[in-house]
Design a protein around this ligand. Structure first.
Ligand SMILES: Cc1cc2nc3c(=O)[nH]c(=O)nc-3n(C[C@H](O)[C@H](O)[C@H](O)COP(=O)(O)OP(=O)(O)OC[C@H]3O[C@@H](n4cnc5c(N)ncnc54)[C@H](O)[C@@H]3O)c2cc1C
Length: 354
């Protein structure tokens, strides 16, 4: 029988909640700290592929998440004027509202987990009395900055993202790539549209102003986009930047980083939550497999976690940045569209959808 560990987790987003469930079920003493355990008010979607679904299944929440997810069968990629560039099957992806995913994970947190609502400004006290500290505190992770230094801080991609939900069925399931902008729309479970847009950095100081600016930049390009933007409201819109973090090995002494804290990535391949959940599955498995006393067990498990997750996570991070550059290029847009159009004609699905 392995000794029980005392594990402190900073951050109760997707990765922190999932880690709390997995580790408490394995018998560890878990403390979960977040400045807010509130359910997000805006239900924008998160992509969950097969690997993340398997972790959710192990946590006992997959069925509940699946019931509240959309599962589009295919989507199209369009140029700024709406012309079809390519179609792609959606595979096994589930599109879940982040708010629903967080709610289902919160419901599954065992009663033994001590949940503490507070903002943390100093990581040092969190290490005292804990065998293991997990930094699941997102893109601007304090744990990361404290343990890995200011050079490991997040860097801006210099773009602004607006995401939201709108009360109309999506005119199509698509991503439109213009010159220096993109706009995507997907279905929400039960009806409605999840939409997202990426434009050059621009903030007005209010969501209403940012939405008005987006309508100015994208208005009149595609009727489908106009329809979604006409239905969008400031209350159901989020505005933020995109940040990435330099690559690091996500473990140090008795500290490990999970999810965005370890490898925040551009959203363009939809793998932020997916890789976060895979991190949790790998860390829980590594702790189960490691033997010895608490110290040795944590050391072995963190080494194994880093070996399993660093390369895949960093690959997704790099590929997501490359995809963002391709989608957002202004000067290379014509060459990009020509290339995608010729690739698109090779796909049997595109012939059916055009
Ligand atoms: C508001 C929001 C909306 C998002 N919407 C989408 C979306 O629509 N689609 C999509 O694909 N991805 C979205 N993401 C990103 C996605 O959630 C993450 O990429 C992925 O789920 C991994 O999350 P995480 O648990 O590692 O970090 P996060 O989800 O960022 O969670 C980090 C948690 O740490 C807490 N925290 C951080 N610092 C401190 C501190 N010092 N003290 C106390 N608590 C702290 C935060 O309150 C937060 O709950 C969103 C993220 C956020 C925060």
């Amino acid at each position: 029988m392995h000794p029980t560990l005392t594990i402190r987790i900073l951050g109760a987003g997707v990765s922190g909640l999932a880690a709390a469930i997995a580790l408490a079920r394995d018998g560890h003493h878990v403390e979960l700290i977040d400045e807010s355990f509130d359910i997000p008010a805006v239900g924008t979607s998160i992509g969950l592929f097969g690997s993340a679904q398997r972790v959710l299944e192990d946590l006992g929440v997959l069925d509940a998440v699946r019931r509240r997810s959309a599962a589009p069968r295919a989507g199209s990629l369009r140029s700024g004027d709406g012309a079809l560039l390519a179609t792609a099957p959606a595979g096994d992806v589930l599109l879940a509202a982040r708010s629903d995913l967080v709610r289902h994970l919160q419901d599954a947190v065992p009663g033994s987990v001590q949940q503490v609502r507070r903002r943390v400004d100093d990581v040092r006290p969190l290490r005292r009395g804990a065998d293991l500290l997990l930094g699941a505190d997102g893109v601007h992770s304090l744990v990361r900055r404290s343990g890995w230094g200011s050079r490991a801080a997040a860097r801006s991609h210099g773009v602004t993202v607006l995401r939201g939900t709108a009360p109309l069925d999506p005119p199509d399931v698509s991503e439109t790539w213009g010159r220096g902008w993109l706009f995507g729309m997907t279905p929400l479970a039960g009806g409605g549209t999840n939409w997202f847009a990426c434009i050059g950095e621009h903030r007005t100081g209010s969501v209403a102003g940012d939405l008005a600016h987006l309508r100015e930049v994208l208005g009149g390009r595609r009727p489908e986009i106009d329809a979604v933007l006409a239905a969008a409201t400031p209350e159901q819109t989020l505005v933020h930047g995109i940040h990435t973090v330099p690559p690091v090995v996500p473990v140090k002494e008795h500290v490990a980083l999970l999810g965005d804290a370890a490898h925040a990535m551009a959203p363009n391949l939809g793998h932020g939550a997916n890789t976060a959940l895979q991190d949790v599955g790998a860390l829980a498995e590594a702790l189960r497999a490691a033997g010895g006393g608490p110290e040795q067990r944590v050391r072995h498990a963190l080494r194994s976690y880093a070996l399993v997750r660093t390369l895949p996570d960093q690959s997704w991070r790099l590929a997501s940045s490359a995809m963002m550059s391709l989608a957002m290029t202004a000067r290379g847009a014509s060459a990009r569209d020509r290339l995608l159009r010729s690739l698109g004609t090779l796909s049997p699905a595109s012939a059916r959808a055009s």
